[in-house]
Write a protein that binds this ligand. Structure first.
Ligand code: FPP
Length: 241
């Protein structure tokens, strides 16, 4: 532990609460275990997971975060049983249909990272409408990772950087799906697993990590505030002293 004082979190205009973090990402894990503990089918856990998403998105905007990135469906999740993939797609479809009005009203810009065009055509259409409708919003960006894999994202970005002539850390970063978001400050993973599972590997280079045993359906805005508070209390060195 260093003896130097904890730096004051940066103050931003307009936010009653000053968390210090600008961009938080969450690996929402544990829906299946949450359902299993209740002798319910996995889809029940995913449904409660969507309710947790809703509450956390509202809270993130109220806390003054500039960006919240959620890992909803990885490029590896296609390997799950067809029924579960279909359940998750159904929940995603319903989320966009039911929640886009509130998201738009709250000044939130929707963004998708990952290759979402491989999803069902009707979902792609809903997403494209939602992206267009919220494109001008500036209060917060809600980035949802769909059919997302970080290694694939980095490979795509490196190829684009090479095509433009120079491969450097800066030119690769500029081609990542997240290029228009603030640097990632804090990565949270629920359910007690301690790994990144191909999520934001590049972006996490200097991010703080919070791993919590709470299962995703039980994750509340208070848990988010607590994690952001932990972030604000940590001294970030970015490799320096
Ligand atoms: C991990 O739980 C969760 C997922 C793979 C999907 C996350 C999706 C949602 C919360 C709902 C859809 C999201 C949106 C934005 C509408 P798990 O199934 O791996 O749980 P387990 O490890 O306990 O089995």
């Amino acid at each position: 532990m260093s003896a130097s004082p904890v730096p004051a979190p940066p103050v931003r205009d307009g936010g009653a609460f000053t968390p210090g973090a600008r961009h938080v990402a969450i690996i929402m894990d544990g829906n299946g275990r949450w359902a299993k503990k209740r002798f319910m089918p996995r889809v029940f856990g995913h449904k409660r997971g969507v309710e947790a998403v809703r509450a956390v998105v509202r809270a993130a905007g109220d806390m003054g975060l500039e960006a919240l990135t959620l890992y909803a469906f990885s490029s590896e999740n296609w390997k799950r049983p067809a029924e579960e993939v279909s359940d998750l797609m159904g929940l995603l479809r319903a989320f966009i249909l039911n929640d886009i009005d509130e998201i738009a009203r709250n000044g939130v810009r929707l963004k998708i990272i990952g290759d979402y065009r491989a999803l069902a055509p009707d979902i792609v259409g809903l997403i494209d409408d939602a992206l267009a409708r919220t494109a001008g919003n500036g209060r917060m960006t809600l980035a949802i990772a769909l059919n997302y894999g970080s290694q694939q994202e980095i490979a795509r970005a490196a190829a684009k950087a090479a095509a433009k002539g120079a491969i450097t850390a800066e030119t690769i970063a500029a081609e990542l799906d997240t290029a228009d978001l603030p640097p990632l400050d804090l990565m949270i993973r629920t359910s007690g697993e301690v790994r990144l599972s191909n999520f934001l590997l590049w972006q996490a280079a200097y991010a703080e990590m919070v791993f919590t045993p709470v299962l995703w359906p039980d994750f509340t805005p208070d848990h988010l505030r607590e994690a952001v508070g932990q972030f604000a209390a940590r001294e970030r060195r970015f490799g320096g002293r």
